[in-house]
Each structure stands twice: as C-alpha cells, then as structure tokens.
Design a binder for this molecule. Structure first.
Ligand SMILES: Nc1ncnc2c1ncn2[C@@H]1O[C@H](COP(=O)(O)OP(=O)(O)OP(=O)(O)O)[C@@H](O)[C@H]1O
Ligand code: SF4
Ligand SMILES: [Mg+2]
Length: 336
C-alpha cells in the first residue's frame, strides 16, 4: 500500500466549507465549516450516521449539488486552484478528469439498455476525444483492471452480479485517470463478502495508480483496512479527525467511542452492528450547544450553551468540551 507523502502539497483542500439547502424559502445548514486536505495516494474516510452530511460534502467537492443547495461559504482547491464547485458547467472539465465519484447502487447509475463496455467507452470518447475503437480498447483494459474479464464487457448490467456492476462503476470512474476518487458508500448495497472484495480492489487500485481516496461510509468497521485517516461527522460537522490507528486505539469524542462500540466484535461475542441509542438531529432541528448532547452520557451544562469547535489534540482534532483546556473555575461552572 502506498503511503501518503506528507511532504507533498495537498491535491485537494476543502477550506471552511458550508452548504445550505433551501426548503420552502428557508435555508438550512447541511454542512458547516468543513476543512481538510487530501494528498496523492492518501485514503481518508468520512464516517457518520445517516443525515450527517457525508453525501453533501462529496457532492460539493464534485460540483454536483442539487439545485436547492447553495455553497454559503468556503472553497475547494485542487492543486492550489479554486474549483468552481457551484457552477455545474464550469466544473465539467474538472469532474471525472480530476475528481470522480463512485456512488452506491450501481444498478440505478448504469443504463440498462447499453452494454457495459459502451458505457465505459462513452466518457473516454467525450472527455479524452478518443475514437470509438480506441475507447472500446481502453474500456476493456479498465474492465480487466477492476477484475472483470474483458469479454464480459458485452454484457448488459442486469446480466452482471451486484459486485460486478460496482466494479464497472469503478472502471467508469477511472476512465479519465483522475488522481482522486470519492466513494460514496460504494459497498453498502452489497453482501459482506462482495463488500470486502470491492474494498480490497479499491486498496489495490490506490497503490497501483497512486489514487487519493475519500471513502464515505456509515460503518466505521470498513475503514480500518482501507484508510489512513478518518473524519467523524455528526450533524454536518467534523467532530473528530485523526489517523485510523489513533481513532481506533484512543477515540476522544463520545460519539466516536459509541461508533466503535457499535461495531460487531467476534472477540467479545458481539455479532451484530448495534445502533447508537437516540436519533441525530436533522438540519431542521439542530439544538443549541453541542448537537450530540441529547445522546451523550458526559453532557455538562456548558454543552447546552456553547457549541464546541474543533481543537487540536496533538496528532488529530476533536470538538468536545471534555477535551477543551478549561480552567478549574470553568470546569466547575461547566458542571453547574
Ligand atoms: N436536496 C436536499 N434538499 C434538502 N435537504 C437535503 C437535501 N439533500 C440532503 N438533505 C438533508 O441534508 C442533510 C445531510 O444529508 P446527506 O445526504 O449529506 O447526509 P448523509 O450523511 O450522506 O446521509 P446518508 O448516510 O443517509 O446517505 C440531511 O438532513 C438531509 O435530509
Ligand atoms: S461537548 Fe458535551 S455533549 Fe458534546 S460530546 Fe462533548 S461532552 Fe458530550
Ligand atoms: Mg449519503
């Protein structure tokens, strides 16, 4: 596995990005103040429950936000250049050549009436100006690269298994050789064994092509083998960020701890993913103070009034009053 070269400049920088959705004339914040960097060959996980803003983050970076969304502040830079993420037409030269997205549910994304080789060849012709013959050749090579025999390219999507279809989606995402792939829950609709195979494939492609990967998932257990760093999202914010090793061995945010405890663990006899009690707030009802407080057994008075911001923790960052450097008087006041 290629390790990120920390000395190189970031390929991608997300800086203080906030995105709102308009609903019946009112704006609601879906992601707030997201900042992170991604280097060549690095794999970063974006983890959080449903509604935490993972897809909104991915769609913002790829310039694929729906019409009722608005980038209210911040920016995304690719190799130092600001991307026109709020302009679909201006983003076209960047999408698929610089940043590709692999979505979940390949069956919906693939055209049922076209053979898969044609669907991979099409963007090669459009984006790379290839002749049909050359594009078909590249499509076959890409199929082999993702572990599908080239002659299966003549199949229609319904003739392939779910795992094969997801491999086709990955081949399409790789067609214009982007250095960054965003996988938005790319394995969610698959059975456990196929899920593992797709994650292994992404890891292999990452080393072979020095790809940078943003892997979006609600399941922290898929992160350990695949990623270098993890960002834990809750209610539209990053609440903890660090290396995967640190996050697993020394989680700091109470939410991260619960996410880790929710993972099945054969060593302790825990066989199923145990959901975290309570529900996260939606963008319509974000509470004052810490958005996690109604589910947090460590909540203090200060958590109802003050919204904790991300603070450095040494090698990572966390947004929780338990980890803020409060004075003794502040600590007493916090518990009052
Ligand atoms: N087009 C939209 N209009 C209004 N609200 C939206 C829209 N898309 C998403 N939202 C809301 O924005 C918030 C973040 O949604 P998002 O899809 O980014 O979350 P997610 O973390 O990807 O969730 P999931 O795990 O279910 O895919 C949610 O509260 C969601 O209901
Ligand atoms: S800020 Fe307070 S409520 Fe939020 S996670 Fe930390 S202790 Fe819990
Ligand atoms: Mg999503």
């Amino acid at each position: 596995m290629i390790k990120p070269n920390q000395s190189t400049a970031p390929l991608l920088e997300v800086r203080a990005l906030s995105v709102d959705y308009g609903l019946k004339g009112v704006s609601f914040r879906a992601i707030e103040d997201m900042s992170f960097a991604l280097r060549a060959g690095e794999a970063v996980a974006l983890v959080g429950e449903s509604g935490s803003g993972k897809t909104t983050t991915a769609m913002s970076i790829a310039g694929l936000l729906p019409p009722n969304a608005r980038v209210s502040s911040g920016e995304v830079r690719y190799r130092g250049r600001r991307l026109p993420i709020d302009d679909d037409a201006a983003m076209r030269p960047h999408r698929w050549s610089e940043i590709s997205v692999v979505f979940q549910g390949a069956m919906n994304a693939l055209n049922p009436v076209h053979r898969v080789v044609k669907q991979i060849a099409e963007p090669c012709m459009l984006k790379l100006g290839m002749t049909r013959e050359k594009a078909n050749g590249l499509a076959r090579e890409l199929l082999e690269l993702v572990g599908i025999p080239a002659d299966r390219g003549s199949a229609f999507p319904h003739e392939l298994s779910g795992g094969m279809r997801q491999r086709v989606m990955i081949a399409m995402a790789l067609a214009c050789r982007p250095p960054i792939i965003i996988g938005d829950e790319p394995t969610t609709a698959l059975d456990v064994i196929t899920q593992a195979q797709i994650l292994t494939l992404l890891g292999k492609l990452r080393s072979q092509l020095n790809l940078a990967l943003i892997l979006i998932t609600h399941d922290l257990s898929v992160v350990a083998e695949t990623c270098d760093r993890a960002m834990i999202m809750y209610a539209g914010r990053i609440v903890e960020e660090g290396t995967v090793a640190d996050i697993f061995s020394e989680p700091k945010h109470p939410y991260t701890k619960l996410l880790i405890e929710s993972i099945p663990n054969p060593a302790t006899g825990k066989k199923i993913l145990r959901p975290i009690p309570g529900d996260p707030p939606t963008i319509l009802n974000r509470p004052s103070g810490c958005a996690f407080r109604s589910r947090c057994s460590f909540a203090m008075h200060v958590c109802t009034t003050d919204d904790p911001r991300l603070d450095p923790t040494g090698r990572g960052q966390v947004a929780c009053h338990l980890h803020r450097s409060l004075t003794q008087e502040q600590k007493v006041a916090a518990h009052a």
